[in-house]
Design a protein. Structure first.
Ligand SMILES: O=C(O)COP(=O)(O)O
Ligand SMILES: [Mg+2]
Length: 228
């Protein structure tokens, strides 16, 4: 049994917002709508394509019926799959932090609400997939984050145990999942939605990856155990 450092993907490990915004704008153009800027989309980038589409139609004051939503969602996913790693890059220091955690005995895994196939594709195109014992997406198990099953299932597939593991994420979804699973959590402040609830719920909040190594991760695990 090993300790697992489980990373969320969008907004935590990889800055995917530019490619997600490009796919959103491709869909808006198809509907004759104006493009939306990256800064506006960024806080919503971690909530999936459907939420981003609804948000963009809302900004335009344009109703989005069920049929159009489904059509736009297919258009989005098709475009995104073909352009998944054009601008997406790991956040600064993420790769080094992964190496430090692995060198200190942590197994690495990904627990994301992206479709598993897209998560594997993105990480493969970035040359990162081989580092992870498990890459588990929204459709890998019967339920997804914030259900703790998604995280405990990811840890299981990595041959790990929740007690010594950590979840690193950028939204309340990640932090709530970790809490429900009894797993220590790290909120990355540079992600897409580091709201007050996520800050308050996380075991620790970090501004960048510079400090994250196995020794610090073990302190975080100890701190989470004291809080319970
Ligand atoms: O695509 C989503 O819904 C969010 O993805 P994440 O869980 O990797 O942040
Ligand atoms: Mg995220």
């Amino acid at each position: 049994m090993t300790d697992v450092a489980v990373f969320d993907l969008d907004g935590t490990l990889v800055d995917t917002a530019p490619d997600l915004t490009a796919s959103l704008n491709y869909c808006l153009a198809a509907a004759g709508m104006d493009a939306v800027p990256l800064d506006l989309v960024r806080p919503h980038a971690g909530h999936g394509a459907r939420v981003m589409l609804r948000q963009a139609y809302g900004w335009d004051g344009r109703p989005l019926g069920e049929t159009e939503e489904d059509e736009q969602l297919s258009r989005f996913l098709e475009h995104y799959e073909a352009n998944i790693a054009v601008q997406s890059r790991p956040f600064p220091g993420a790769l080094d932090a992964m190496e430090r955690l692995a060198a200190g005995g942590f197994t690495l895994a990904v627990c994301t609400n992206k479709h598993e196939r897209l998560a594997v594709l993105l990480l493969s195109e970035l040359g990162m997939a081989y580092r992870f014992a498990a890459i588990c997406g929204a459709d890998t198990f019967a339920r997804r984050k914030p259900d703790p099953l998604h995280l405990t299932g990811t840890i299981d597939r990595s041959f790990g145990k929740p007690a010594g593991s950590i979840m690193i994420g950028d939204t309340i979804t990640d932090i709530a999942t970790a809490r429900a699973a009894g797993v220590a959590s790290v909120l990355v402040d540079f992600g897409y939605a580091p709201d007050p609830e996520a800050r308050a719920g996380a075991t620790v909040v970090i501004d960048d990856y510079a400090r994250l190594d196995a020794a610090f991760a073990r302190q975080i695990v100890a701190r989470a155990a004291l809080r319970r």
